[in-house]
Structures are given as C-alpha cells and as structure tokens.
Design a protein around this ligand. Structure first.
Ligand SMILES: Nc1ncnc2c1ncn2[C@@H]1O[C@H](COP(=O)(O)OP(=O)(O)O)[C@@H](O)[C@H]1O
Ligand SMILES: [Mg+2]
Length: 249
C-alpha cells in the first residue's frame, strides 16, 4: 500500500532523514519507534506531502533550504510530487503530534472541517456518527471550544478529524505523548478498534515502545535520521544491540 524509497530530508545542512526505506501492506498496523529527534515526525510529514509544502511556503525566506529526495508510492502510484491536499484526497491521513486542533473552533466544527473531502453532506453526517461512536467523549463535548480540551481529548479529536474522510491509511504521530497511563491505554484501545473494526491500515509513530510493540505486527526502529532495523517485536528484542542501544531496554 505504501512504499517509501530512499527518502532524504535536509533542513539547511542538517540531515534529518537519511535514505529512509519503508513498506506497509494493506491491513497492517506497523510501528515506528525511536527516541526524540530520531526523525519519526519528519518521515510522517514527508509521506503526507508536508515537507514539500514546507519547502514551498518557506521559499525565499530565512528557512528556505529544505531538501527532499527519494520517492513515496501509495497504492502503486507516486505521490511525492503531489500536494498534501491531493494525498489526503487519495485516502492518506496524518494525525499530527499533540493533536493540533483549530483551538478557537468547537469540537464539532473541527470534525466537520475534517470532512472537507467528503462528497456529500450525508457522508459527513455518517462519518460524524461513527466518530462519536468511537469517541463518545467527543459527542459529550461537541459544543466545547477545542482549545479547552484536555490532552487526551485533543488526541481523540485529532484522530476523529482524520477519520472524517475515511482514510485507507492513517499515520498517527505519538498519540500517547503527555498522557496519563489510563488515558494512554484507552486511546490505544481505540486505535486498535480503528484498525480491526474500521479496517484502516495504520503507521503508528511512538516513543512508548511497549505500546507500539503490543499493537503492531512489526515495527521500524529509527535513530538519528536512519531506519536502523525492522521486524516483529520478538525479533527486535532478540537483537541485543537494538534492544540496548536503540530501544533503551
Ligand atoms: N523545520 C526544521 N528545521 C530544522 N530542523 C528540524 C526541523 N524539523 C525537525 N528538525 C530536526 O530534525 C530532527 C528530527 O526531528 P523529528 O522528525 O521531529 O523527530 P522525532 O519525531 O523522532 O522526535 C530533530 O533533530 C529536529 O530538531
Ligand atoms: Mg516526533
């Protein structure tokens, strides 16, 4: 479903992704683990077309030197030259780190905004019902201004917003970041529901290795812009260098 080939991203002279390769089959839940600064967010943004967008919006400014090399294929077609909007339209959604809702808009309006790619108002209504079924908490808070949500509710809103146009592939960036253990557990259960019940293929970037490993069938390990290894949790944990040096276990 997704194939990232030799993707390199540089900000000025800083090599943030160095020749990254990754493959996801339809129906997989794949983990992407690694410490802070490893390049996980950059890789997800590169897949979703946001590095290219960043390059365009910063053209001619002080932060202009963004380099993107390599290719990204989604369902057999190259998407690395497409706009982020077109990539989303093809069924690839990114749920960014820390949720990033439109803070001055209500929960419901944020979700409706997530439905901008839907073809009809009926489709939007149906998707909204599904999101509220998955996250009843969002229904309870639908008229609340999003900036006043708790961290966990923001994450739910972010995932709900991404689901509003029924993506085929969902990239989730560190959903557990900053959440209390109980909330983390609830959120991971919902991610499992999205995978198992809604049938969405998922790439899950996480610093919480035990959660990432428990949900995914296999994971990629990143460090300093490199993909170091990939395999099942069992395989990765059996490799002592990976376990100690890169997973800190
Ligand atoms: N816009 C940018 N300009 C310069 N450096 C950046 C930019 N975005 C990210 N980086 C750097 O890229 C590295 C990887 O960051 P990131 O992809 O956010 O890693 P992770 O998500 O694994 O924590 C970090 O060292 C970060 O400082
Ligand atoms: Mg990150």
């Amino acid at each position: 479903m997704l194939e990232v080939k030799n993707v390199t991203v540089k900000f000025d002279t800083a090599m943030v992704l160095d020749d990254a390769n990754l493959k996801i089959n339809k129906g997989e839940l794949v983990g992407l683990v690694g410490p802070n600064g490893a390049g996980k967010t950059t890789l997800l943004r590169a897949i979703a077309g946001l590095i290219k967008w960043q390059k365009e919006v910063t053209r001619g400014t002080r932060n202009a030197n963004v380099t993107f090399e390599g290719t990204v294929e989604f369902e057999g077609e190259r998407i690395d030259k497409l706009s982020a909007h077109e990539i989303a339209r093809r069924g690839l959604a990114l749920c960014p780190e820390r949720g990033r809702p439109f803070v001055e808009m209500t929960v419901k309006d944020n979700l409706l905004a997530g439905g901008f790619l839907c073809k009809s108002s009926d489709e939007i209504k149906n998707n909204l019902v599904k999101v509220y079924e998955l996250f009843p908490r969002l229904k309870e808070r639908e008229n609340q201004v999003s900036g006043t949500l708790s961290g966990g509710e923001r994450q739910m809103l972010c995932i709900g917003r991404a689901l509003m146009h029924q993506p085929k592939l969902l990239l989730v960036d560190e959903p557990s970041s900053g959440l209390a253990p109980k909330l983390k557990e609830d959120l991971f259960k919902r991610i499992e529901d999205i995978f198992k019940e809604l049938g969405v293929t998922i790439l899950l970037a996480e610093q919480d290795i035990s959660f990432a490993f428990s949900l995914s069938s296999r994971s990629y390990v990143m460090s300093r812009g490199h993909i170091i290894s990939q395999g099942t949790a069992k395989e990765l944990l059996a490799d002592e260098t990976i376990r100690k040096t890169y997973l800190g276990l």
